[in-house]
Design a protein around this ligand. Sequence first.
Ligand code: FAD
Length: 304
Amino acid sequence: FARPLFADLAGDIDVSFEFFPPKTEKMNQALWQSIETLAPLAPKFVSVTYGAGGSTRDRTHATVARIARETPLTAAAHLTCVDASRGEIDDVAREYWDAGVRHIVALRGDPPRQGERFAAHPDGYDCAASLVEGLKKVADFEISVAAYPEVHPESGDARACLDNLKRKIDAGASQAISQFFFAPETFLRFRDAAAAHGIDTPIVPGILPVSNFAQTKTFAAMNGADLPGWLERLFEGLDDLQDARKLVAATVAAELCRRLYAGGVRQFHFYTLNRAELSYAICHMLGLRAGASPVPARLESAAA
Ligand code: FAD
């Protein structure tokens, strides 16, 4: 009972960090600074999200290729089925393989306009499972897929959602990364239900350190994640107090990770939103220490 709260966290964990492709030069600098800050924590991989529209996609490709080329980190590219034929997607995947990228986060993607139903391209992949199958034919990629502890909004129920996750694993994915959530038991129950459903690959919790509550509310509305009242109350009155918001965010996320760790979780995926500080602090509280992988000079120059 008297044990200090974080005493058991020995740093025996793997972490990965997710970024989004920057739109402006200023955002580009912030991204590379974040990568530089987080790299010494020796993440298992870092991934870059994929949006709708040509220029966004080019930015994902450029960012992933640059990470693969200029840093010692393992880069993973998110790829979706939205608005592209199978041939076009396969070509993108081939370019990644040629650029040395071996890990794809394979997703169906959301409809380009919020509120619409997903409609597959007439010659496209219709869901993530068929994308995984197609990618495996292009090359022997390591593939991660999405998992939903609180059920994907288009799945009829939890069972249908697990059936779909199993299809993705059977098609060749080697792990799943979860949508964010705020109750540890939600994830732990989901993990156990997945195992009982015959899913024996790792399911990595996706951790969203919340420092902007309004933005998180928008994300949660899109993907059906439960946003607890206590979380909203924690951020009440902090709109103009950025530092206080960060402290609250780190405390909430570290406590979530601590409880997941107690439940046996040893791998964590952080939605960094291209900001290093919070994810770094949480990893530190989990016992991870910088130094395992020193930042080489070429990464420092990439951030310049
Ligand atoms: P799928 O696994 O194909 O599932 C979509 C829906 O269809 C589910 O409800 C599923 O149950 C149902 N379904 C599929 N196949 C069948 C079938 N045969 N029979 C019945 N039902 C079926 N979005 C982006 O646009 N870019 C990103 O970079 C991105 N990164 C993400 C990273 C993570 C870790 C996560 C969790 C989500 C990410 N998303 C991203 C969001 C994701 O694209 C959406 O959640 C999308 O709505 C579903 O994608 P999926 O890959 O889970 O789809």
